[in-house]
Design a protein around this ligand. Structure first.
Ligand code: GTR
Length: 427
């Protein structure tokens, strides 16, 4: 794991995880015990969902409520003082290939309070509003490309002397550090825009990071800690994506009806939760989101609920803690999180070298969610045979696995662009 892959806070957390990873982790398919998934089409009162309307008006809200109370916690609505400041527009960025905008989203008014910075690139010379990929990144927006016009960001990292997490301005030398993961040129060449935000702008990613993020802004008088079903860090990051969408809807250069929300790993879990709650996201892409994301929790393979709760106690709401080692008691599983995206296009992607994320568990969740797309006359995965490397299945629910490690690669982006092109062809 290098600085290319993760920001300081995420990197520190990851190294800690690598050191502590238990030797009880199962990586043998033959040793996965049998399990029974909750039926996404069986309502709490025992009635069966047989049509799209019953799904949308009755079953979907039931599942959303389960995810709110038991998994990610409840998120507040947009704050009244939400304000967008278009800080800069360059119509000839990247040597004339792109329009670049840098927008500051002020969460509590333009007063120096909490804020996040959105970096937006749109194809230059577009004749109509551009469809766009929106994603949180582990690093500052200056990591997306070598473009010298992007404001340097700030990141949290452990202070070498005190080991405490501190926020620091990025150095010019870090510019472009995550460029491989964003494939900006390819995205623009296909006629899409890209918008990114450093997730640490919303809340820094470490246990104890909450006071430095936006959650305290919403505390009730006297409250200092989240309630058991209050949002946690993933909820906060997902909420930030929705606030970015609030801005995108105001920008006439952007086709806000065609915004795909994308995320990798913990930010893939975040993209799924953002897409589940906010139906303005027209497409959801989960890149190796793993446990607590697209992977079936009941499968004893790779990372488990107890691992998440022990190492990243700030990611999920306090109610989620009770499921450590008790996955069979969950009134939900990952296929139900995926089903909340229906009937919008969903892409689940895995990597062979990322067994910790349980690629087969990610595939099986996409399979088990597919009957919900069928209610809308859309084709889901359509097979329970897991495809081999680089054999993508791309219907309204898509899946691929590729060789290589836990990462976002050119191959992954090629698939997402192909998928968006096919799913949005009627646009
Ligand atoms: C790991 C964590 C995973 C995944 C990953 C990441 O340490 O166990 O759930 O989210 O981090 O975000 O890179």
């Amino acid at each position: 794991m290098t600085r290319l892959a993760l920001g300081g806070a995420a990197l520190a957390a990851c190294l800690a995880v690598a050191a502590q990873r238990p030797d009880t982790t199962n990586y043998e398919e033959a040793k996965v015990p049998k399990y029974t998934l909750p039926d996404p089409l069986a309502m709490r009162n025992g009635e069966r969902v047989r049509d799209a309307k019953t799904w949308t008006t009755r079953r979907r809200p039931e599942i959303l409520e389960i995810y709110r109370s038991e998994v990610f916690g409840r998120s507040p609505a947009a704050p009244a003082k939400l304000d967008f400041e278009v800080a800069s527009v360059d119509k000839a960025a990247l040597g004339g290939k792109a329009v670049r905008k840098q927008v500051t989203v002020w969460f509590a008014g333009r007063n120096g309070g909490p804020k996040m910075d959105i970096l937006i690139y749109l194809p230059a010379g577009a004749k109509k509003p551009a469809p766009l990929f929106l994603g949180l990144g582990f690093l500052g927006n200056d990591s997306v490309s070598l473009d010298p016009g992007v404001k340097l960001g700030e990141e949290w990292a452990p202070d070498p002397a005190t080991r405490k997490m501190v926020k620091r301005a990025n150095a010019e030398t870090a510019r472009g550090a995550a460029a491989q993961r964003w494939q900006l040129d390819m995205i623009l060449a296909r006629g899409y825009g890209l918008a990114t935000i450093n997730y640490a702008d919303i809340e820094p990613d470490f246990d104890g990071g909450m006071p430095y993020g936006i959650r305290p802004l919403f505390f009730r008088p006297g409250q200092t800690q989240p309630a058991p079903d209050d949002w946690a860090a993933i909820g906060a990051w997902a909420w930030g994506l929705s606030r970015a969408m609030d801005y995108l809807e105001t920008d006439r250069d952007i086709d806000a009806k065609h915004v795909a929300v994308f995320g990798h790993s913990r930010l893939g879990k975040t993209a799924l939760w953002a897409g589940a709650q906010d139906t303005r996201f027209a497409m959801v892409i989960s890149n190796e989101s793993g446990e607590g994301g697209a992977a079936i929790s009941r499968r004893n393979f790779g990372e488990r609920t107890a691992d998440l709760n022990a190492r990243f106690p700030h990611w999920f709401c306090a109610n989620f803690k009770k499921y450590s080692g008790r996955e069979e008691e969950m009134p939900f599983d990952a296929h139900m999180l995926l089903a909340l995206i229906a009937p919008r296009p969903l892409y689940v992607a895995s990597a062979e070298g990322d067994q910790w994320s349980d690629p087969r568990g990610e595939f099986l969740a996409a399979v088990a969610a597919s009957p919900v797309w069928a209610l809308f006359g859309k084709r889901g995965i359509g097979t329970d045979q897991m495809p081999g490397n680089r054999q993508p299945i791309q219907h309204a629910v898509a899946y691929h696995i590729r060789e290589g490690k836990h990462d976002v690669t050119t191959y992954d982006w090629e698939q997402y662009l192909k998928f968006a092109g096919a799913q949005w062809k009627s646009k």
